[in-house]
Design a protein around this ligand. Structure first.
Ligand code: ATP
Ligand code: MG
Length: 197
């Protein structure tokens, strides 16, 4: 029987992808000896739509693709975009059945897991991997009591967010070194995040 692959799943809106996502992914991959980490771009992030305008999925996916291009072990995934409809992590994990799955989330997201759709499905299908994020604390005890398999991975703390990056572009402030260079160029090329006149 072929060996089961150890696959990380880092879901996000990635609007845009930044070094916080990438450093977390690369650190988790090495520390947990994963074969690969999928950066799964949310098609319709239902917890965010209606609150703000989300950049078209094709643009967000393109930014993730150029960010990981040529880098072994990190892959852009369009699984949720292709599935269409609102993004549910439970469905994504089901689609990846057969591999050993590790769902990577920042501390801000980990504390909101009970607001997700079908959390017990997510719990059954993957080990939860929590990485720290400046400004958020996370206490794993409640989750482990609930039967979640939880791993914590210590990563360099990077206080960078997509929200701040969008505001920076809109204000004409720099995003250099907060996102990889090819992403800076792709944002410019596509005219993303500029304030509409
Ligand atoms: P936004 O400000 O639009 O919410 P974001 O920077 O939080 O964007 P998301 O796409 O919402 O990015 O995040 C995807 C995943 O990456 C989440 O699990 C989130 O916790 C994690 N993440 C985002 N930024 C960081 C960071 N700087 N350090 C660690 N984890 C992060
Ligand atoms: Mg976020």
């Amino acid at each position: 029987m072929p060996q089961r692959r150890r696959v990380g799943v880092l879901g996000g809106t990635f609007d845009p992808i930044h070094i916080g996502h990438l450093v977390a992914a690369s650190e988790v991959r090495v520390q947990l000896r994963l074969d690969t980490i999928l950066l799964v771009v949310a098609g319709e992030p239902w917890q965010k739509t209606g609150i703000r305008r989300i950049t078209p999925a094709a643009d967000r996916l393109a930014l993730v693709e150029v960010a990981v291009d040529g880098f072994d072990g990190l892959e852009a995934s369009s699984l949720e975009i292709e599935r269409g409809g609102p993004t549910y992590t439970a469905d994504t994990l089901a689609a990846l059945e057969g591999d050993d799955l590790f769902l990577v989330v920042g501390a801000d997201v980990a504390s909101l897991l009970d607001t997700w759709a079908r959390p017990e499905d997510v719990r059954a299908r993957a080990t939860l991997v929590v990485v720290d994020r400046p400004g958020s604390t996370f206490d794993p005890s409640a989750l482990t009591l609930d039967g979640w398999r939880v791993e914590r991975v210590d990563i360099p703390r990077l206080e960078v967010s997509s929200s701040d990056l969008r505001a920076r572009v809109a204000d004409g402030r720099p995003i250099d070194f907060l996102v990889p260079d090819p992403v800076v160029r792709e944002i410019e090329k596509r005219g993303l995040y500029a304030r509409s006149r």
